[in-house]
Write a protein that binds this ligand. Structure first.
Ligand SMILES: *Cc1c(COP(=O)(O)O)cnc(C)c1O
Length: 470
């Protein structure tokens, strides 16, 4: 410690002295004794760090005391605020993994609230008064939506995959192409997840090319419980490539008596215009897959969940696998999933993800234009309505650009990244896309009413006459 630092650090009053007289600004949060004390400790830590890094000026004891008081108030406020507060997604990325993937439909939220706030017949048969199964609830609608003989819902798609492989392959081999051992985001890789299970992973082919003979050859030497095909949902490989499609793999499986598991991922149930070429769950079942795994919170547009579809026999085996108990889905998720499914069948456009995916470019342009028109004149000068491609996101449809529109802001006296940081630091935080020279606010992913918030914030930040804080 240098002598210059010793002064300011010693000016921080002792904790007990500060706690004797909690400032009104902190009291206002009604944090209670424990959180008041905890937030004070955090605040002191913060001020100490600032002093050590020489951030800010510390000419007087008074300045240090004021810094502690305001940090205390902020820490108390932050501890009491929900960490998962609303954020405006202006990135144009529909299934934004870092922003919580799918926003739920109103009906799904309502049903989740009902299930969460009270008692529901989750595992109870109201007719007989006896025990029922949670896995019976969504099953009929899952079957209707995909043509599957049977289905089960678990915690997420990774869980679904683990369970499907464990059920069909047991401790035998599961054969997968090297071209499909993908990383699914967050640093998790399919083969790392599978290597924690009982089944032995048998990798075949090369990264760019795998042939049907590669799969067949494994049957000569090893005991194989299942073939696994993983949909490469988050990247594409081009050039000198070959892969065995699901139909071909299912044909080999049928000939040799080996069941095929298909990790479909996206949760696209059946034909969607914007999903041209993407395998749907219905198609995968038709091709002959014994089990198909899909995510509930990607393009299906529901809560975080994993759906497993398949033949009656295969699903019956899944349902008696003890691992199912460790991966089971809770009542609120199940309620939201079932509600989302119902909407898929009756009123698909009320599912936000579907609505955002299929939004017409003309409608998006009109939204962007009316947002621009609602700006103050000074803000308008820095902004223009510009074409901007949206993305499905969530590691799905990597090659699909969704034609749409955005507000492009090229601030004059601020860098693009500076403006983006200012947008994030307000309440609610607005997350935009930043390129070198501009910030893009794509209207595709704005929820109803959020245009107003965006316009207000842009006015605050870009119109000097409003005295916006930068
Ligand atoms: C997203 C994805 C997963 C993981 O799904 P979660 O719901 O995130 O657990 C697994 N496999 C594929 C092919 C995926 O696209």
């Amino acid at each position: 410690m240098t002598s210059a630092e010793r002064g300011p650090l010693s000016w921080i009053p002792p904790v007990h002295a500060l706690l004797d007289e909690v400032p009104a600004a902190v009291r206002r949060h009604r944090a209670g004794e424990r959180l008041e004390k905890a937030s004070l400790r955090f605040a002191i830590e913060r001020v100490r760090r600032a002093i050590r890094s020489a951030a800010g000026e510390w000419p007087t004891e008074e300045a240090v005391r004021e810094a502690v008081a305001s940090a205390w108030e902020e820490e108390a406020r932050d501890l009491l605020a929900p960490a998962l507060r609303p954020v405006v997604n202006a990135t144009g990325v529909v299934v934004h993994t870092n922003l919580g993937r799918a926003p739920l439909a109103e009906a799904a939220l309502e049903d989740a609230r009902t299930a969460g706030g009270g008692y529901v017949p989750l595992e109870y048969d109201l007719e007989t008064g006896e025990r029922g199964s949670r896995y019976d609830h969504a099953a009929p609608l899952l079957r209707i939506a995909t043509g599957a003989e049977a289905a089960v819902v678990v915690n997420n798609n990774a869980a679904a995959l683990l369970l499907a492989v464990d059920t069909l392959a047991g401790d035998r081999g599961v054969v997968v192409s090297r071209g499909e051992l993908v990383e699914i985001g967050g640093g998790f890789r399919i083969h790392e997840i599978l290597s924690r299970g009982r089944a032995r992973l048998i990798e075949v082919g090369a990264t760019n090319r795998t042939h049907v003979e590669d799969y067949a050859a494994t049957l000569e030497a090893r005991e194989v419980g299942a073939f696994l095909k993983v949909h490469r949902s988050n990247f594409a490989i081009e050039g000198f490539v070959a892969e065995v499609d699901l139909v071909g793999l299912c044909r080999l499986g049928a000939e040799r008596g080996v069941p095929v598991i298909f990790d479909q991922g996206t949760g696209i149930l059946a034909g969607e215009v914007w999903a041209a070429g993407e395998p749907t769950v219905a198609e995968a079942l038709e091709a002959g897959a014994a089990l198909v795994c899909a995510s509930g919170d990607k393009l299906f547009g529901g809560p975080q969940a994993g759906m497993i579809f398949g033949s009656a026999d295969a699903i019956a085996a899944v349902r008696v696998n003890p691992l199912l108990r460790a991966l089971r889905v809770d009542k609120q998720t199940l309620a939201a999933l079932e509600a989302t499914l119902r909407l898929h069948l009756i009123e698909p456009d009320s599912i936000p993800v579907r609505r955002m995916m299929s939004a017409a470019p003309e409608a998006l342009e009109a939204r962007a234009r009316s947002l621009w028109e609602s700006l103050a004149p000074a803000a308008r000068e820095a902004c223009e309505v510009a074409a901007h491609d949206g993305r499905a996101g969530g590691g799905t449809l990597p090659e699909v650009a969704l034609a749409g529109w955005a507000i492009r802001v090229a601030p004059v006296d601020l860098s693009a990244s500076g403006l983006a940081a200012a947008l994030r630091s307000g309440e609610p935080p607005i997350v935009a896309r930043v390129t070198e020279d501009a910030v893009w606010l794509d209207v595709r992913t704005l929820l109803p009413g959020e245009e107003l918030m965006v316009a207000d914030r842009l006015n605050d930040l870009l119109d000097p006459s409003r005295g916006g804080d930068r």
